[in-house]
Design a protein around this ligand. Structure first.
Ligand code: GMT
Length: 376
């Protein structure tokens, strides 16, 4: 039976917006009717879907309010769309403010719509430490009909930090295999001025402090001492200026390419030999999955959900947080052994297919939907 589902996410935040969007597309392909309710268009659908709709949350600016009331506008839009379109459920990504807004919308409707909340990380591992917000986050979780988390680690963090009395169902992230696969892209490598014999290391993030960009640069510098290589830094964010400075200090500016935000990252993974993500907080690390799907082995820190994504010693390596020596050592061992690299690359693709296939993960979300709808 096709369901009518409202989806709300932060359209510009990154991984959570990508997962919410991709999930909506794949659910639509399975015959569900999808209504995105967000502040701006969260996606490029790539084609027209007759059963995907977008409802923009507009916030009017009134001089009496110091801050525009986005949360109220969102709740109101959720209630309006749910009522008019007869939605079965609202699937919100992030507990605050989205689960709380959905609860308000549900109250406005007399309880006729179900709420499924997916926790992505920042709402728990960053905002959860804010005493001014933690009670509200717990409320959003407990007011939901079902709660999922993108990793077992995030489930544990949520339980430890918020002591929320609610079942949390871990559902891992996924990638759309039609987009994330390795393609022949030698001309792109050439266009960037990268020599054939140079290895390409890639890092993608929003350059927030938790991503520890300095560790990425330091690791690369050590790799580059032993192996001719280039570092692709993709994304924008608060630490970017400091990153540029560090690159200059280390005298490796000819080896680092700052590419800014990019959309077609599968094309960039296709010219890459290694992906590194050395964050201090990472509930999942969607970029690791995207890289592995494109046959790129990965090195990640031993925190959060990263060990659930990387098969250590098979698809890449997990290294202690902050241990740039070990990260560089592992990278050099992999990049200097072409046979080993080829095995890791194949393992990476297979690992994604076996554990994070979109078909499997979307079915897990559907099971949650049907379960909440079967309950009173
Ligand atoms: O990593 C970020 O800063 C963005 C953030 C987001 O909300 O999009 O990413 C979180 O959700 C992603 C999708 O589930 C996860 O892959 C990221 O690991 C998670 N980020 C953190 O936990 C820091």
């Amino acid at each position: 039976m096709g369901l009518k589902i409202g989806i709300t996410c932060y359209p510009t935040v990154g991984g959570s917006g990508v997962v919410a969007t991709e999930l909506g597309k794949l659910l639509a392909e399975r015959g569900h009717e999808i209504h995105f309710i967000t502040s701006s268009m969260p996606f490029r659908l790539g084609k027209v879907y007759h059963n995907v709709f977008y409802h923009e949350v507009e916030v009017n600016h009134y001089s009496v309010f110091k801050y525009p009331p986005y949360d109220l506008a969102l709740a109101s839009k959720m209630a309006e769309v749910a009522k008019r379109e007869k939605l079965d459920l609202l699937h919100v990504h992030y507990a605050v403010p989205h689960a709380v807004c959905a609860f308000l919308a549900k109250q406005m409707l007399g309880g006729t719509v179900k709420i499924v909340t997916t926790l992505h990380g920042t709402d728990i591992t960053v905002l959860g430490y804010d005493p001014g917000l933690s009670e509200m986050i717990r409320f959003g979780i407990e007011a939901s009909d079902a709660v999922t988390s993108v990793s077992h680690s995030l489930k544990k963090d949520t339980q430890n930090l918020l002591k929320a009395d609610k079942e949390i169902i871990p559902i891992h992230n996924f990638v759309d295999e039609r987009e994330y696969y390795r393609r022949d892209n030698l001309s792109l490598k050439k266009a960037y001025g990268i020599e054939d014999d140079e290895k390409v290391i890639v890092h993608i993030s929003n350059f927030r402090g938790v991503k520890r960009i300095q560790d990425v640069i330091c690791t690369f510098s050590k790799i580059n001492e032993q192996i001719p290589s280039k570092l692709l830094l993709i994304g924008n964010g608060p630490e970017l200026t400091a990153a540029c400075e560090r690159v200059r200090e280390l005298g490796i500016q000819d080896h680092v390419l700052f590419l800014g935000k990019q959309e077609k990252v599968a094309d960039l993974f296709s010219i890459s030999d290694l992906k590194i993500l050395l964050s201090e907080k990472e509930s999942f690390g969607l970029v690791l999955l995207e890289a592995m799907a494109c046959g790129v082995p990965v090195i990640g820190s031993d925190i959060g959900g990263i060990p659930e994504v990387i098969a250590d010693g098979e698809t890449g390596y997990i290294v202690p947080l902050g241990d740039v020596e070990q990260a560089a050592e592992r990278a050099v061992s992999l990049l200097s052994d072409s046979e080993k690299h080829a095995v890791f690359s194949l393992n990476a693709v297979r690992h994604v297919q076996a554990h994070f296939a979109s078909e499997k993960i979307v079915s897990e979300y559907e099971d949650v939907y049907f379960k909440v709808l079967s309950e009173k």
